[in-house]
Structures are given as structure tokens and as C-alpha cells.
Ligand binder design. Structure first.
Ligand code: NAD
Length: 295
């Protein structure tokens, strides 16, 4: 079984940057790539800024200064050929099927056969992600769904398809278990897998009900945090951490994928305040703040 000696993470946002840092914590060199910002003189500015943020992250994303040196920032245009040197490519770009599929075509054109490619999608089924892609790509493709923050959240959901090579799944699962310290849960290829199918459901309901009951964010989180077995952030704090902008993507993706008579369709509804917050840039910790103000 070939080892993972070099990896790439594409998408240097909340998740991609954190995943890259944690792969580096395992002593593996990682290329962290993002798009070329329009009109920018520095073509790798997005990934470089992400590395700067990682160095200041609280709690710390890197285990040591040595790990930090293993993350190389770049961009998906100039550094695309370098994907041919990688043994594992993690896609962590925006939660949009069209964007992800266009990227897979580019990756498939340069990767060496047998290189594992995985998506960090929260909700998009593997069957949809791989539709129309080459047989070779489908053999090497799986979903590795990390949670935020990737260094600290132990759960990793893994989804494979009927065409995924079991050796690829075994290689990535073993690396995640032994090197990344993850508890790997194998999920069926169902909308939202396990965590987001159940998680989005209760989070949306909890937020809606908290407003309906006139509770403050602090009152709701004081109960819906540790006392409930949820991280100390509570529900609103967790939304700030995840990024409020992700919620409509996750909700929309589940609405499209689930049957019309599924309870999710009747119970989970748009929360106007969340829409307004997204429109004004209050998307949580990665923006100007969210339910909680940034200091
Ligand atoms: P984000 O918006 O913070 O970052 C996405 C990054 O991808 C951006 O920097 C963007 O410039 C980049 N990007 C977009 N198109 C690209 C392309 N074609 N090539 C290269 N880079 C591109 O998003 P995020 O919250 O990190 O989410 C990324 C993925 O992880 C999504 O699929 C999301 O559903 C999933 N996810 C998110 C969380 C979370 O807590 N935020 C948790 C688990 C899974």
C-alpha cells in the first residue's frame, strides 16, 4: 500500500486551511492552493493570507513551527502541474457542485493515476460529484468530511462509492486514523451523510425556536453548549465558527436532495435574520463577527 508523502488541499478557506495545517502536523508536506484573485499582483495572495491566519489561529492550528513550514501556499493556475507529485488531493472549495466538478476535471488531467482525491463537501452526494468524470477518477475518489476546527474535531466522515477502489479508502482511512488522529466513521452516500443530515436539522430548529422564545444568544448557548454535550461554543457560537454563509448552501443542498415529503422540508425554514446577517457580512469568525462580536 503506497504511503501519503505529499498532499494538496485546494480551497484555502476556513476548512481547507485547517485541513492543510493538520496534514502538516502529521509531518507531511502540503500544497495549499486557492484561486488567483482578480487584478491582484500576488497570484497566491489568498493561500498566503490563509497561512498567516493559521499561524495566529486560536486554538493553535499548528502543532509546531516545523509543521508550519510544511505548508506551501500557491494558486490553482500556476501550481496545477505540481498536483502530479501528490499522493492525496483534498478539495475544500465552496459548496457548489458546478465549481467542484470543474475543478475535478482540471485535477484529473494532471494527477498521477492512483492519487486519492477527496472532497470535504458537507452535503453533496458522491454520486453527483463524480457524474461524468473518468473511470480512473471515480476509482480514486471519496469524500473525507472534516469538522471545524480540523486539528481538534476528532470525527471524520468517509463516504465511498460503488466504484471507489477499497485500497484507496483503506489508505486514506489509515492515514486519517494513525497520522491525523481521527475517528473515522464510514457513511452511506445519503444527502448530508450523518452529521449534517442530523446536525443541520437540529441547528436550524434550535436557532428558529430560540428567536421565537425571545431567548438571547447567550441564554440559548448556556444550555445548548456543554450541558447538552455540544462543544462549549453552543449553537450560535458553532454557527459563528462554521460560517453563517455555509448554512444556505447546506440547507439548499439538502432541500434539493431529499424527497418532498421528508420532515426536513416541512420543519426547517429560512431564518430571515440569518439572511440579513449574511448580506451585511456578519458571517461569523471569518467575517466581521456573527452572533458574537469579534474582539
Ligand atoms: P470558505 O468559503 O471558507 O472557503 C472556500 C475557499 O475555496 C475560498 O477561499 C475560495 O476562494 C476557494 N475556491 C473557490 N473556488 C475555487 C476553485 N475553483 N479553486 C480553488 N479554490 C477555490 O469555505 P469552507 O467553509 O472552508 O468550506 C469548504 C468546503 O468544506 C465546502 O464544501 C463546505 O461545505 C465544507 N465544510 C465546511 C465546514 C465548515 O465548518 N465551514 C465544515 C465541514 C465541511
Amino acid at each position: 500500500m503506497s504511503e501519503i508523502r505529499k498532499a494538496a488541499v485546494i480551497g484555502a478557506g476556513v476548512m481547507g486551511a485547517g485541513i492543510a495545517a493538520h496534514i502538516a502536523n502529521a509531518g507531511v508536506e502540503v500544497l495549499l492552493l486557492d484561486i488567483v484573485p482578480e487584478g491582484a499582483t500576488n497570484r497566491s495572495a489568498i493561500a498566503e493570507k490563509a497561512v498567516e491566519r493559521l499561524l495566529k489561529a486560536e486554538p493553535a492550528a499548528f502543532m509546531s513551527k516545523r509543521s508550519a513550514k510544511l505548508v506551501k501556499a500557491g494558486n490553482i493556475e500556476d501550481d496545477l502541474p505540481a498536483l502530479a507529485e501528490c499522493d492525496w488531493i483534498v478539495e475544500a472549495v465552496v459548496e457548489r457542485l458546478d465549481v467542484k466538478q470543474a475543478l475535478y476535471r482540471k485535477i484529473d488531467a494532471v494527477r498521477k493515476p492512483g492519487t486519492a482525491v477527496s472532497s470535504n463537501t458537507s452535503t453533496i452526494p458522491l454520486a453527483a460529484l463524480t457524474e461524468g468524470l473518468s473511470d480512473g477518477f471515480r476509482r480514486d475518489f471519496l469524500i473525507t468530511h472534516f469538522f471545524n476546527p480540523p486539528r481538534y474535531m476528532r470525527l471524520l466522515e468517509i463516504v465511498s462509492g460503488p466504484e471507489t477502489d477499497p485500497a484507496t479508502v483503506a489508505r486514506v482511512s489509515a492515514f486519517a486514523d494513525v497520522k491525523l488522529g481521527k475517528t473515522v466513521v464510514t457513511c452511506k452516500d445519503t444527502p448530508g451523510f450523518i452529521a449534517n443530515r442530523l446536525g443541520t436539522y437540529w441547528m436550524q430548529l434550535a436557532v428558529g425556536e430560540a428567536f421565537a422564545l425571545g431567548l438571547t444568544v447567550e441564554e440559548a448557548d448556556s444550555v445548548m453548549g456543554r450541558p447538552f454535550g455540544i462543544p462549549k461554543t453552543g449553537v450560535f457560537g458553532l454557527l459563528d465558527l462554521v460560517g453563517l454563509d455555509l448554512m444556505p448552501h447546506v440547507q439548499g443542498s439538502l432541500e434539493r436532495a431529499l424527497p418532498k415529503d421528508d420532515p426536513f422540508q416541512k420543519t426547517v425554514r429560512d431564518i430571515p435574520l440569518i439572511r440579513t446577517m449574511i448580506e451585511t457580512g456578519l458571517i461569523g469568525r471569518k467575517g466581521k463577527g456573527g452572533f458574537y462580536r469579534l474582539n
